[in-house]
Design a protein around this ligand. Structure first.
Ligand code: PYC
Length: 309
């Protein structure tokens, strides 16, 4: 009998959104830039992604993070994020989970670090109180007030923005942003994603609805549909970055001013930005907690060793 594949992982959650950090047992993707390594991952080792993320071992909620050697000078770590349906350019909650996991492993102490990702290097900071901040990739709004027609709903106005992933952001809608309403929100945002794709923007794979929060000190509550059908339990670091890019473009948030974004489950990220040319550099702050240190086993005799596909 062939020995099972053994994959050493560390699970954390950031504001309720899980991250599975792969420490050992991952594929050899070579030593090139991370943007090239993610292509090798996709083309030659996609079964590793489905092994870690697919059911019954994984789930649509879990975001995977393959820890790798960096390529960009000055970076101490590299990471490639993936989920049950594909690969993510960047992942904010995952970055916070990664930093807290590295601290748990004793590989970093409070202070600054630089992390290489497929969409560019990012700077992160582990604060002495355990909070994590990261400066995201340059973020910007690409379309303002794009009109979408949703069958059964009518016209909906949205913005399209980049925050390390592509987002469709909607402020004006008739949806209740409550946990009890997740099935309806998932259906609504899935139809928005289809409409955005049909309008010529198939790369926009995250949809973000905004509404008021009842929590003192919070600026806004969101619901974020991730690629696939899962919603982000955290306020979404790349989604909050896309929101900051829109607020900055509309002159609604000053450089350095704080924006507190709450998720649909009530967890919070604090965001602010500085300018870089006609883009912004968002800084996002949040907390994560380690949940499990474990070894995944994938038995070659198991018909679902590489997930239910
Ligand atoms: O926090 O950026 C994020 C994120 C993307 C998908 C899930 N979380």
């Amino acid at each position: 009998m062939a020995a099972p594949l053994r994959i050493k992982v560390l699970d954390s959650h950031t504001g309720g959104e899980p991250t599975r950090l792969v420490l050992e047992g991952g594929p050899d993707l070579g030593a090139g830039p991370l943007s090239e390594r993610v292509k090798v991952f996709k083309e030659q080792h996609d079964a590793f992604r489905t092994t870690v993320e697919g059911e019954p071992r994984g789930s649509e909620v879990m975001v995977g993070a393959l820890l790798c050697a960096p390529h960009e000078p000055g970076c101490q770590f590299g990471v490639i994020f993936f989920n049950n349906v594909g690969y993510l350019g960047m992942c904010g909650h995952g970055t916070i989970g990664l930093v807290v996991s590295l601290a748990h492993l004793g590989r970093i102490k409070p202070g600054a670090l630089k992390i290489d990702t497929p969409v560019g290097p990012i700077e992160a900071m582990l604060h002495p109180n355990g909070e994590v901040s990261f400066n995201n990739v340059p973020s910007y709004r690409r379309e303002k007030d794009l009109s979408l027609y949703l069958p059964g709903v009518g016209d909906v106005m949205c913005d399209l923005a980049w925050g390390g992933n592509w987002f469709c952001l909607i402020q004006d809608h008739d949806q209740k942003l409550e946990l009890a309403n997740v099935a309806q929100l998932t259906d609504y945002t899935s139809r928005v994603r289809q409409a955005v794709s049909d309008s010529g923007f198939p790369e926009v794979d995250h949809v973000e609805l905004f509404g008021p929060s009842t929590t003192a000190g919070v600026n806004s509550r969101n619901f974020v549909l991730c690629p696939g059908k899962a919603y982000d339990r955290s306020p979404c670091g790349t989604g909050t970055s896309a929101k900051l890019a829109c607020l900055a473009a509309d002159g609604q948030l000053a450089v350095g001013a704080e924006w507190v974004q709450e998720s649909i489950v009530g967890s919070v990220f604090r965001g602010k930005y500085r300018k870089q040319g006609d883009k912004i550099i968002p800084t996002i702050t949040g907390t994560a907690h380690v949940m499990a240190e474990t070894t995944l086993l994938a038995d070659p005799a198991d018909p679902f060793a590489t997930g239910i596909r």
